[in-house]
Design a protein around this ligand. Structure first.
Ligand code: IMP
Ligand code: MG
Length: 185
């Protein structure tokens, strides 16, 4: 059996497309006629951003930000079995453009402990944007370490390690069209 055959589908590509369309409509409505900047968190949010942006009928530009956790990186097994980062997040790639006075939609694949989005949102807010709203495809509220609420949530999921549609396990499976659960070992 190949690794990919051990995965169980949690959310199908069809369900994702339907939900992403609804999220796009909500953003279009909320920002009614204004310009927005999609800011994607590399690399997991790339696929979600590409699909979400095409469901938003507003003038929009894209930018991307890269972050990583300080210190030791988890081994793939630790990541799968609920590794917790130290809470120190650092910027590895900054935005290309100024966001002063702009409407930002911060796009993330999954909101887990909340450490990453807390760090990024705080940093973006310090640059005097007009507004920052957070769109996350997935939310695992049971794992939160810092209180964080996204403005647009695709699906709330249980405490499972998931891959596909941009999400990885040791950089693999990002290209799966469905969101799948990796069995714990
Ligand atoms: P947070 O800082 O704990 O909220 O973590 C967010 C980051 O952890 C995401 O951008 C993912 O890279 C990673 N992550 C958390 N849960 C999962 C998962 O179930 N599958 C893949 N990556 C995950
Ligand atoms: Mg990851």
């Amino acid at each position: 059996m190949t690794a990919v055959q051990q995965l169980r589908t949690l959310i199908s590509g069809t369900e994702i497309a339907q939900r992403v369309e609804e999220m796009g409509r909500a953003i279009t409505r909320d920002f009614d006629g204004q310009r927005i900047v999609f800011v994607g968190v590399l690399k997991g949010a790339a696929i979600f951003l590409a699909d979400l942006a095409r469901q938003v009928q507003l003038d929009a530009t894209f930018d991307f930000i890269g972050v990583s956790s300080y210190g030791v990186r988890p081994t793939p097994d630790e990541e799968l079995n609920g590794w917790d980062s130290t809470g120190e997040v650092r910027l590895t790639k900054d935005l290309d453009q100024s966001i002063a006075s702009k409407n930002i939609i911060l796009v993330e694949d999954i909101l887990d402990t909340g450490l990453t989005l807390t760090f990024i949102k705080k940093m973006l807010l310090s640059r005097d944007p007009k507004a920052v709203r957070v769109a996350t495809l997935l939310d695992k509220p049971s794992r939160r370490k810092l209180p964080f609420q996204a403005d647009y949530v695709g699906f709330t999921i249980p405490d499972e390690f998931v891959v596909g549609y941009g999400l990885d396990y040791a950089e693999m499976y990002r290209n799966l069209p469905d969101i799948c659960v990796v069995p714990k070992r």
